[in-house]
Write a protein that binds this ligand. Structure first.
Ligand SMILES: N[C@@H](CCC(=O)N[C@@H](CS)C(=O)NCC(=O)O)C(=O)O
Length: 207
């Protein structure tokens, strides 16, 4: 399977950690977004939405990191990362959608215009990030992992996002449940070293 990716990208890191967790061997294909490689016809033919991560498994192409993570888990039969029980699965899905639509979204809204369009910092957008992180802190009340007592794909997706917040200098110590969960994930999420290497690349955008 090929994975079009960039190491600094949080959604790509989530897919790489999931691959490590399920034992999937990925053929990594670096795509340089800064050089516009994602807009070349060779890539838009595979993914008309021109985003990474994009997985290619034979004649099947898939993007949206959380969908890719779930595909890998199902393909490799690692059910414990995406429980079948409807309620347990629903909580995992809620956390995944929260990550995509709120936690990661607020991060992108605040930092990306500054990093990639030299826009000034918007304090309202910073507050929205704080609200989102506060919500995640509340979800973690009395819960070891993001969706209960065991590690799931929700943790993998969320830790990719939270490590980007950390890399950007966002103060996680104000969110004690998040901070505790983050430390736990660092030592228990398979392939966390891959995430860390990508985070180190991502940090360079802030210099
Ligand atoms: N929700 C998507 C976000 C993917 C995304 O925005 N990827 C960025 C890099 S981090 C990208 O490929 N941007 C290029 C573009 O939008 O054309 C996911 O989780 O996979």
């Amino acid at each position: 399977m090929d994975l079009y990716y960039m190491p600094g990208s949080a959604p790509c890191r989530a897919v790489q950690m999931t691959a490590a967790a399920v034992g999937a061997d990925l053929n990594l294909k670096f795509l340089n977004l800064m050089a516009g490689e994602h807009m070349k016809p060779e890539f838009t033919k595979i993914n008309p939405q021109h985003v990474i991560p994009t997985l290619v498994d034979g004649d099947f192409a898939l993007w949206e990191s959380r969908a890719v993570c779930v595909y890998l888990i199902e393909k490799f039969g690692k059910e414990e990362l995406f429980p079948k029980c409807p309620k347990a699965r629903a909580v995992v899905n809620q956390r995944l959608y929260f990550d995509m639509g709120t936690l990661y979204q607020k991060f992108s809204d605040y930092y990306y215009p500054q990093l990639f369009a030299k826009a000034p910092a918007d304090p309202e957008k910073f507050k929205a990030m704080e609200t989102a992180m506060g919500l995640f802190n509340t979800f973690l009340e009395g819960s070891k992992y993001a969706a209960g007592d065991s590690l799931t794909v929700a943790d993998i997706s969320l830790v990719a996002t939270v490590s980007s917040y950390d890399a950007a200098g966002f103060d996680l110590t104000k969110y004690p449940n998040v901070n505790k969960w983050y430390q736990l994930c660092k030592s228990t999420v398979p392939g966390y070293d891959i995430n860390q290497a990508g985070v180190d690349e991502f940090k360079k955008f802030f210099n």
